[in-house]
Write a protein that binds this ligand. Sequence first.
Ligand code: NDP
Length: 327
Amino acid sequence: MLDTIIVGSGPAGFSAAVYSARAALKTLVIASSTEPGGALTTTTEVDNFPGFDEGIMGPELMAKMRRQAERFGAEVIQENVADLDLNGDVKRVTLDNGKVFEARTVIYATGSEYRKLGLPNEMEFSGLGVSWCATCDGAFTSGDNVAVVGGGDSAMEEALFLTKFAAKVYLIHRKNSLRASKAMQERAFANEKIEFIWSTEVTSIIGEEGVDGLRLRNLETGEEADLDVTSLFIAIGADPRTHLIHNKLELSSDGVIVVDGRSSRTNIPGVFAAGDVIDPIYKQAGVAAGAGIVAALDAEAYIEDKKAEADVENASPLIEKLKEITL
Ligand code: NDP
């Protein structure tokens, strides 16, 4: 039996794996089959992860974390989890392919998933002009006019990246001011290829087999207009990926897993959570990495406590016997 199964392979998952494997816990990381390494593998340069003074590309950072975990003996598999049985002392994790793994503890660190706008053809045109990842799809926009929706750091990052390929990048935001950090705002404002369209929402995607344009509505005047673009990049944040543990772990009104104070302890003993699945506010790679470390330390302490309990239980008949002899 394993000591710990870590579900998720972002900064939280791999940091937990580094600590638990290094503490000689038998550790398995279940990285998804579609996005091993998590969201950072689809980003460009990460400028603010401590320790990388010149910045580092997201995929390289995640590859380094994985290698570090493997160096201490963590096993990493790229499969999707289908079900979790979290109650009891032995936790069971079932994969899509039917394989079942057992462990004393589970660390749940599945991160978050991109929000959708909820437009009629949004999902149908995914890969046909609609995208959530400029790093993945930006190169296909060479010489085109494209649009990015959102007002946070992700939207700025996507728009800036797209200026390498596209002729023009329209940044559509529902408000007239940005949520993005000052530094990112300034970079976006300074780029001549980016044109901001304020207080506006996308009401529909124009096109039969892909994106031929967007219909927009100004939220202050109600005026409608069409925008001639070939791609729509959606960067409006992300929600915690919790569908596998609904009705199993306690969730807060924000939709994140409830943990006990500054720990990673969920409402089920032996089950710990870390990263974006517990974080409605900060959502930073560094914060997730720290939370992963907390989870590994909590899992280790839990396993030690369980061992100590078992030792006492095993020793009690002997103690009773000794008492009888002494009396
Ligand atoms: P955020 O939650 O910060 O921003 C989401 C943006 O999308 C907001 O401007 C929001 O509008 C808008 N939005 C949300 N829902 C809709 C909707 N249905 N329709 C239209 N617009 C919508 O998410 P991000 O992904 O940008 O960032 C998440 C975290 O990651 C942040 O903490 C950010 O700082 C960090 N990050 C850091 C980066 C870096 O430092 N290099 C890069 C990328 C992310 P409104 O403002 O009106 O709420």
